[in-house]
Write a protein that binds this ligand. Structure first.
Ligand SMILES: *Cc1c(COP(=O)(O)O)cnc(C)c1O
Length: 370
């Protein structure tokens, strides 16, 4: 059996440090926020190369507070990609703003900056690019458009811890960046977690108030806030994991290069990885018109795989109110029909990867890769 990810194996590799850090949280009774969370915030801000990281209880909360800190609300339009996890769009909706979709670049699967200007109206206030699968969106032209139209850019970096755009860590490039530490993400807590990162002290201040009932001083509520605080246990786990994130990321990149090298000659469409970007392969997705058949074939051979994501957000029933139908964003729809995510986790061995490649080789030789 080749799993999609192996979180138990990763725990065993850091068990002593994690156990000690978590027990310390119990000893100190620092269950919510506290010193471990503060230390993690400091390490994570350094890692992303920003002044401030504010830890919250999920990536979705990070996005929600980023929207509020940027003063987005009813009547405002926020441009984003339909090729994302639903949370990107839900956060815009939580703030009361209206999501406006722009189709993707079919090579990178990220928002196509050349289509953004056509979607801008007098109500447009922000753009939320998503660094899908761990590949940075093309930020320089996007930031230039935002600057010209006076729009805030909020990076959804939930899948891209440590990814780099032309030498700069994503999340810290635009005005605000949001991360998720859901267990399966490249940097995962042992429960839910997220963070907002920024170089803007006013944004950091507002987010840190909003996550804690809009207060700086207990029982003095200056803003209508939320209970979005990070738990001490999650801060402890994430603090310990910071010592390993680069190593894990390099393993992902090595495995991805090996998949590329072995799968391309067979005719598979492997993910784009432009030379000036550091892709961190949260997901390693090939594209194929025979996805369902290949997935069933892999599953027969006890090889796990995934689809990220089978239904683009504009076609989700939950957002039917936006009035979209199939055909509105054809490049996203085609990609959603064709992406197939292969097993990818830092602890994966070459032997495990060879089992996946052998199955795909057999498929390509008998049925053809596409
Ligand atoms: C995981 C994810 C989120 C939401 O993060 P949670 O921690 O699960 O709330 C948001 N956006 C993207 C692109 C994600 O992958």
């Amino acid at each position: 059996m080749i799993p999609f990810v192996d979180l138990k194996l990763q725990y065993r590799s850091i068990k002593d440090d994690v156990d000690a850090a978590v027990l310390q949280v119990f000893e100190n009774a620092s269950f919510v926020l506290g010193p471990e969370v503060a230390e993690f915030e400091r390490l994570f801000a350094d890692y992303v190369n920003v002044e401030h990281a504010v830890a919250v209880n999920s990536g979705t909360s990070a996005l929600h507070l980023a929207m509020l800190a940027a003063d987005l609300g009813p009547g405002d339009e926020v441009i984003t990609t339909p090729m994302t996890f639903i949370a990107t769009v839900s956060a815009i909706d939580y703030a009361g703003a209206t999501p406006v979709f722009v189709d993707i670049d079919p090579d990178t699967l990220n928002i196509d900056h050349t289509r953004i200007e056509a979607a801008i109206t007098p109500a447009t206030k922000a753009i939320v690019p998503v660094h899908l699968h761990g590949l940075p969106a093309d930020l320089d032209p996007l930031l230039e458009i935002a600057e010209r139209h006076g729009l805030t850019v909020i990076e959804d970096a939930a899948q891209s811890h440590g990814a780099e755009y032309r030498g700069r860590r994503v999340g810290g490039i635009a005005r605000i960046g949001c991360f998720s530490f859901y267990p399966g993400k490249n940097l995962g807590a042992y429960g839910e977690g997220g963070a907002v990162v920024t170089n803007d002290p006013d944004i950091a201040h507002k987010v840190s108030m909003l996550r804690d009932w809009g207060s700086e001083q207990r029982y003095h509520h200056d803003l209508k806030g939320f209970n979005y605080r990070m738990e001490g246990v999650q801060g402890a786990v994430l603090r310990v994991k910071m010592a390993h994130i680069e190593n894990w990321t390099e393993n992902r990149r090595r495995l991805a290069a090996r998949y590329d090298e072995l799968l391309r000659p067979l005719g598979y469409r492997t993910p784009a990885a432009p030379a000036d970007l550091r892709h961190v392969y949260h997901v390693y997705a090939i594209r194929t018109t025979k996805r369902e058949e290949i997935q069933a074939f892999l599953s027969e051979r006890e090889i796990a795989s995934g689809i990220h994501y089978p239904i683009p957000v504009h076609l989700q029933k939950a957002f039917a109110e936006l009035g979209h139908t199939r055909g509105d964003f054809p490049l996203t729809e085609a990609a959603s029909d064709e992406v197939l995510s292969l097993p990818m986790f830092p602890e994966m061995t070459n032997d495990q990867q060879d089992v996946v490649v052998a199955a795909l080789t057999e498929w390509a030789e008998t049925k053809g890769a596409d």
